[in-house]
Write a protein that binds this ligand. Structure first.
Ligand code: FE
Length: 367
């Protein structure tokens, strides 16, 4: 009897121990069954992170040596040109829109045609950009510029958009008007515009996807620069030409020295260096609007400083090799008067410092 009781007790103990061990194992396995969060960096290599957030992005620095037509570099905002309008076409996947309506968003314009093999190869990346950045402020516009008559048929374009599962807006460019306005030469070409509609990046052909993504992230990161209405303020191309005698008659001695003889006023002597009123700074010789108080900042140099002109076309930049150094001279586009120089040590968002002579500018208070 004692043996039987002992046996039953031992059996009960072993069973309990097994149940406890089993529970412990299943809890332990549940605790370790969650996989670590993973992110993919630009090189495509996955790595684990502890808090689920990707590494903080370091914005690209614009190449201030690049001119407005440069390719494969981020063009400085102050040098970039405003993108031409999209010509009237049939919109697929969206209501009819314009680049003007898309101001405030970063816009990637993809010139493509469905019959182009290289164009099709870029679509997976563009679709990925659309999915990842649409809600963050990116709009992709596929401009469909056909190469053959077959590619001009709207139903074929619509089929291709559907077949390729393109969700972003596509606009037809059957006569190639948008293609020519942008100066495009090959399929595919990607053009990326900043929030003010300026062309900041161009790439021809497949590839450069990492760079394109960095440009998108950088431009999304840029604060929208408030300036006067570019459409009305932009220099239209007319020139003012006067003789030296005429300029001497019109300008004061000091104005003539700076504006027409490329002189520099002494630091901290100008009236506008410490001006904090809201308004526009116009050329003292011809009245063309050049800078807005919105882009003025305290440089501490003793000269009025701006991080960008009111419109890129309103100023002309030329290399100045005087005084044994190479600097970039800034001139009024309308009357070719000397205004000052531009340097690449300015603040965000452009990184530029337009260092102007007070005497070269006149201030117009905003009403
Ligand atoms: Fe001028």
């Amino acid at each position: 009897m004692n043996y039987k009781i002992t046996f039953v007790l031992i059996a009960l103990l072993i069973t309990s121990a097994l149940i406890v061990l089993g529970c412990t194992r299943s809890i332990a396995s549940r605790q370790t069954s969650e996989p670590p969060l993973a992110v993919t960096n630009d090189s495509g290599v996955s790595k684990s992170v502890s808090n689920g957030e990707a590494d903080s992005f370091v914005p690209l620095v614009a190449d201030d040596k690049a001119d407005a037509n440069a390719r494969d570099v981020l063009i400085a905002a102050g040098k970039a040109k405003t993108a031409p309008a999209l010509s009237n076409g049939q919109w697929i996947n969206s209501e009819t829109t314009t680049l003007e309506n898309l101001r405030g968003r970063v816009v990637l314009v993809d010139f493509w045609t469905f019959g182009c093999y290289n164009c099709r190869n870029t679509l997976p990346t563009l679709k990925r950009f659309d999915a990842a950045y649409r809600d963050k402020g990116l709009t992709i516009v596929g401009v469909h510029t056909p190469e053959s008559d077959y590619e001009k048929k709207l139903d074929k374009i619509q089929d291709a958009v559907k077949r390729n599962a393109i969700k972003y807006p596509v606009v037809t460019d059957t006569d190639g008007d948008t293609w020519r306005a942008f100066g495009i030469e090959a399929w595919p070409t990607v053009v990326i515009l900043d929030k003010q509609g300026r062309i900041r990046y161009t790439h021809i052909g497949e590839g450069a996807y990492d760079m394109q993504e960095k440009v998108i992230k950088t431009l999304l990161n840029e604060s929208e620069i408030k300036t006067a209405d570019l459409k009305t303020e932009e220099y239209k191309g007319e020139k003012i030409v006067k003789t030296e005698a005429e300029w001497r008659k019109q300008l004061t001695k000091e104005e003539f020295y700076v504006l027409r003889e490329k002189g520099t006023e002494r630091a901290f002597t100008g009236k506008l260096t410490d001006n904090h009123e809201h308004g526009d700074y116009v050329c003292a010789a011809c009245g063309l609007k050049l800078f807005s108080s919105d882009a003025k900042f305290e440089s501490g140099t003793g000269w009025p400083s701006f991080y960008q002109p009111i419109a890129a076309l309103n100023v002309t930049e030329e290399t100045d090799n005087s005084f044994g150094s190479s600097r970039t001279e800034v001139l009024c586009s309308r009357c070719q008067s000397h205004l000052g120089h531009v340097f690449d040590d300015g603040p965000k968002p452009t990184g530029l410092r337009y260092c102007m002579n007070s005497v070269a500018l006149k201030f117009e208070k905003r009403k």
